[in-house]
Design a protein around this ligand. Structure first.
Ligand SMILES: C[S@@+](CC[C@H](N)C(=O)[O-])C[C@H]1O[C@@H](n2cnc3c(N)ncnc32)[C@H](O)[C@@H]1O
Length: 196
Protein backbone atom coordinates (compact mmCIF):
# COMPACT_ATOMS: atom_id res chain seq x y z
CA UNK A 1 0.00 0.00 0.00
CA UNK A 2 2.74 2.47 0.95
CA UNK A 3 4.59 1.71 -2.30
CA UNK A 4 1.52 2.43 -4.48
CA UNK A 5 0.79 5.58 -2.51
CA UNK A 6 4.26 7.03 -3.15
CA UNK A 7 4.17 6.12 -6.82
CA UNK A 8 0.87 8.03 -7.10
CA UNK A 9 2.33 10.94 -5.09
CA UNK A 10 5.64 11.30 -6.97
CA UNK A 11 4.84 14.47 -8.95
CA UNK A 12 3.33 16.26 -5.94
CA UNK A 13 5.65 14.88 -3.23
CA UNK A 14 7.91 17.94 -2.93
CA UNK A 15 4.86 20.08 -2.13
CA UNK A 16 5.21 18.65 1.38
CA UNK A 17 8.82 19.81 1.74
CA UNK A 18 8.06 23.20 0.14
CA UNK A 19 4.65 23.99 1.66
CA UNK A 20 2.94 24.18 -1.75
CA UNK A 21 -0.28 22.65 -3.12
CA UNK A 22 -2.26 20.79 -0.43
CA UNK A 23 0.33 21.97 2.15
CA UNK A 24 -0.13 25.65 1.31
CA UNK A 25 -2.31 26.38 4.34
CA UNK A 26 -0.72 23.77 6.62
CA UNK A 27 0.24 25.46 9.94
CA UNK A 28 4.00 24.82 10.27
CA UNK A 29 5.66 27.92 11.74
CA UNK A 30 9.42 27.95 11.16
CA UNK A 31 9.26 24.98 8.78
CA UNK A 32 11.31 26.52 5.93
CA UNK A 33 14.09 27.62 8.29
CA UNK A 34 14.18 24.21 10.01
CA UNK A 35 14.26 22.40 6.63
CA UNK A 36 17.07 24.66 5.41
CA UNK A 37 18.99 23.93 8.61
CA UNK A 38 18.53 20.18 8.10
CA UNK A 39 19.68 20.49 4.48
CA UNK A 40 22.82 22.25 5.74
CA UNK A 41 23.57 19.35 8.09
CA UNK A 42 23.07 16.84 5.28
CA UNK A 43 25.40 18.85 3.04
CA UNK A 44 27.87 18.90 5.93
CA UNK A 45 28.18 15.11 6.11
CA UNK A 46 31.71 14.23 4.96
CA UNK A 47 31.82 13.15 1.29
CA UNK A 48 31.50 9.37 1.06
CA UNK A 49 30.24 6.49 -1.05
CA UNK A 50 26.63 7.01 -0.01
CA UNK A 51 23.47 5.03 -0.71
CA UNK A 52 20.30 7.09 -0.22
CA UNK A 53 17.63 4.47 0.42
CA UNK A 54 14.04 5.39 -0.48
CA UNK A 55 15.42 8.59 -1.98
CA UNK A 56 12.03 9.67 -3.35
CA UNK A 57 12.29 12.76 -5.56
CA UNK A 58 15.93 13.28 -4.55
CA UNK A 59 14.98 16.35 -2.53
CA UNK A 60 17.59 15.46 0.10
CA UNK A 61 19.83 13.42 -2.24
CA UNK A 62 20.71 16.78 -3.83
CA UNK A 63 22.68 17.71 -0.73
CA UNK A 64 24.67 14.51 -0.21
CA UNK A 65 28.33 14.77 -1.21
CA UNK A 66 30.64 12.12 -2.59
CA UNK A 67 29.78 9.18 -4.82
CA UNK A 68 26.01 9.05 -4.38
CA UNK A 69 23.52 6.36 -5.38
CA UNK A 70 19.79 6.79 -4.81
CA UNK A 71 17.45 3.81 -4.55
CA UNK A 72 13.67 3.79 -4.59
CA UNK A 73 10.94 1.36 -5.58
CA UNK A 74 8.98 4.02 -7.46
CA UNK A 75 9.76 4.78 -11.11
CA UNK A 76 7.87 8.08 -10.84
CA UNK A 77 10.00 9.16 -7.87
CA UNK A 78 13.22 8.14 -9.64
CA UNK A 79 12.32 10.19 -12.72
CA UNK A 80 12.04 13.33 -10.59
CA UNK A 81 15.16 12.42 -8.61
CA UNK A 82 17.27 12.09 -11.77
CA UNK A 83 16.25 15.64 -12.70
CA UNK A 84 16.85 17.08 -9.24
CA UNK A 85 20.10 15.35 -8.34
CA UNK A 86 22.01 14.86 -11.60
CA UNK A 87 25.24 14.18 -9.67
CA UNK A 88 23.81 10.90 -8.36
CA UNK A 89 23.08 7.54 -9.96
CA UNK A 90 19.65 6.05 -9.42
CA UNK A 91 18.53 2.45 -9.09
CA UNK A 92 15.07 0.98 -8.77
CA UNK A 93 14.94 -1.59 -5.98
CA UNK A 94 13.58 -2.77 -2.68
CA UNK A 95 14.96 -1.21 0.49
CA UNK A 96 14.36 -4.47 2.34
CA UNK A 97 16.36 -6.52 -0.17
CA UNK A 98 19.09 -4.19 -1.38
CA UNK A 99 20.64 -5.11 -4.72
CA UNK A 100 24.24 -4.48 -3.58
CA UNK A 101 27.18 -6.55 -2.35
CA UNK A 102 28.16 -6.54 1.31
CA UNK A 103 30.17 -3.44 2.25
CA UNK A 104 29.45 -1.56 -1.00
CA UNK A 105 29.02 1.82 0.73
CA UNK A 106 30.60 3.95 3.45
CA UNK A 107 27.27 5.40 4.48
CA UNK A 108 23.62 4.49 4.07
CA UNK A 109 21.44 7.60 4.34
CA UNK A 110 17.68 7.46 4.55
CA UNK A 111 15.17 10.24 5.07
CA UNK A 112 11.51 9.66 5.93
CA UNK A 113 11.59 5.94 5.25
CA UNK A 114 12.48 4.29 8.58
CA UNK A 115 9.47 6.10 10.09
CA UNK A 116 7.12 4.15 7.80
CA UNK A 117 8.37 0.71 8.84
CA UNK A 118 6.65 -1.51 11.37
CA UNK A 119 8.72 -3.79 13.61
CA UNK A 120 9.38 -6.62 11.14
CA UNK A 121 10.28 -4.20 8.32
CA UNK A 122 12.54 -2.22 10.65
CA UNK A 123 14.55 -5.31 11.54
CA UNK A 124 14.85 -6.35 7.88
CA UNK A 125 15.87 -2.85 6.84
CA UNK A 126 18.48 -2.46 9.61
CA UNK A 127 20.02 -5.83 8.75
CA UNK A 128 20.24 -4.84 5.08
CA UNK A 129 21.58 -1.37 5.90
CA UNK A 130 24.35 -2.81 8.08
CA UNK A 131 25.19 -5.43 5.49
CA UNK A 132 25.86 -2.90 2.72
CA UNK A 133 27.29 0.08 4.65
CA UNK A 134 29.50 0.90 7.62
CA UNK A 135 27.46 3.86 8.83
CA UNK A 136 23.73 4.52 8.92
CA UNK A 137 22.18 8.02 8.94
CA UNK A 138 18.44 8.32 9.50
CA UNK A 139 16.25 11.43 9.20
CA UNK A 140 12.73 11.72 10.57
CA UNK A 141 10.21 13.92 12.38
CA UNK A 142 10.56 15.02 16.00
CA UNK A 143 7.72 14.11 18.37
CA UNK A 144 6.01 17.27 19.57
CA UNK A 145 3.56 17.83 22.43
CA UNK A 146 0.31 15.98 22.02
CA UNK A 147 1.32 13.90 18.97
CA UNK A 148 0.99 10.12 18.86
CA UNK A 149 4.47 8.58 18.49
CA UNK A 150 3.08 6.02 16.06
CA UNK A 151 -0.16 6.08 14.13
CA UNK A 152 -1.98 5.16 10.93
CA UNK A 153 -2.58 8.41 9.04
CA UNK A 154 -5.13 9.07 6.31
CA UNK A 155 -3.37 10.84 3.43
CA UNK A 156 -5.13 12.59 0.55
CA UNK A 157 -3.70 13.35 -2.88
CA UNK A 158 -4.70 16.10 -5.31
CA UNK A 159 -6.79 13.64 -7.33
CA UNK A 160 -8.93 13.04 -4.22
CA UNK A 161 -7.69 9.49 -3.54
CA UNK A 162 -7.20 8.55 0.12
CA UNK A 163 -4.48 6.29 1.51
CA UNK A 164 -3.61 4.77 4.89
CA UNK A 165 0.03 5.19 5.88
CA UNK A 166 1.83 3.97 9.02
CA UNK A 167 4.07 6.67 10.52
CA UNK A 168 6.30 7.08 13.58
CA UNK A 169 7.69 10.32 14.98
CA UNK A 170 10.65 10.33 17.33
CA UNK A 171 12.11 11.60 20.57
CA UNK A 172 15.66 12.20 19.22
CA UNK A 173 17.53 10.57 22.13
CA UNK A 174 15.22 7.55 22.00
CA UNK A 175 15.79 7.09 18.26
CA UNK A 176 19.54 7.28 18.88
CA UNK A 177 19.22 4.63 21.60
CA UNK A 178 17.04 2.40 19.38
CA UNK A 179 19.73 2.50 16.69
CA UNK A 180 22.71 2.37 19.07
CA UNK A 181 23.93 5.69 17.66
CA UNK A 182 24.00 9.43 18.36
CA UNK A 183 21.94 12.46 17.44
CA UNK A 184 23.79 14.49 14.79
CA UNK A 185 21.17 17.23 14.53
CA UNK A 186 17.76 18.09 15.90
CA UNK A 187 15.57 21.13 15.56
CA UNK A 188 11.90 21.85 16.10
CA UNK A 189 10.79 19.52 13.28
CA UNK A 190 13.63 17.23 12.25
CA UNK A 191 16.04 14.74 13.77
CA UNK A 192 19.09 13.16 12.15
CA UNK A 193 20.78 10.21 13.87
CA UNK A 194 24.01 8.41 12.93
CA UNK A 195 24.66 4.83 13.98
CA UNK A 196 27.21 2.14 13.23
C1 LIG B 1 8.26 9.63 2.55
S1 LIG B 1 9.07 9.22 1.05
C2 LIG B 1 10.71 9.79 1.42
C3 LIG B 1 11.45 10.29 0.20
C4 LIG B 1 12.78 10.98 0.46
N1 LIG B 1 13.71 10.13 1.15
C5 LIG B 1 12.59 12.28 1.22
O1 LIG B 1 12.98 12.37 2.39
O2 LIG B 1 12.06 13.22 0.62
C6 LIG B 1 9.22 7.48 1.19
C7 LIG B 1 9.84 6.83 -0.04
O3 LIG B 1 10.04 5.44 0.24
C8 LIG B 1 9.84 4.73 -0.96
N2 LIG B 1 9.63 3.31 -0.59
C9 LIG B 1 8.61 2.81 0.15
N3 LIG B 1 8.80 1.49 0.35
C10 LIG B 1 9.95 1.16 -0.29
C11 LIG B 1 10.69 -0.05 -0.45
N4 LIG B 1 10.28 -1.19 0.12
N5 LIG B 1 11.83 -0.02 -1.17
C12 LIG B 1 12.27 1.14 -1.74
N6 LIG B 1 11.62 2.31 -1.62
C13 LIG B 1 10.49 2.33 -0.89
C14 LIG B 1 8.66 5.41 -1.60
O4 LIG B 1 8.57 5.13 -2.98
C15 LIG B 1 9.00 6.89 -1.30
O5 LIG B 1 9.75 7.46 -2.35
Amino acid sequence: MVKAYYEARAREYDDWWLGHGLYDEYPRPGWDAARTELEGWIAGLPPARTLDVACGTGFMTRHLRGEVTGLDQSVGMLEVASEQAPHAEFVQGDALDLPFEDGSFDRLFTSYFYCHLEEEGRQRFLAEARRVARELVIVGTVLRDGAQPQRWEERKLKDGTRWQVYKRVFVPAELAEELGGRVLHENHYFVMVAAP
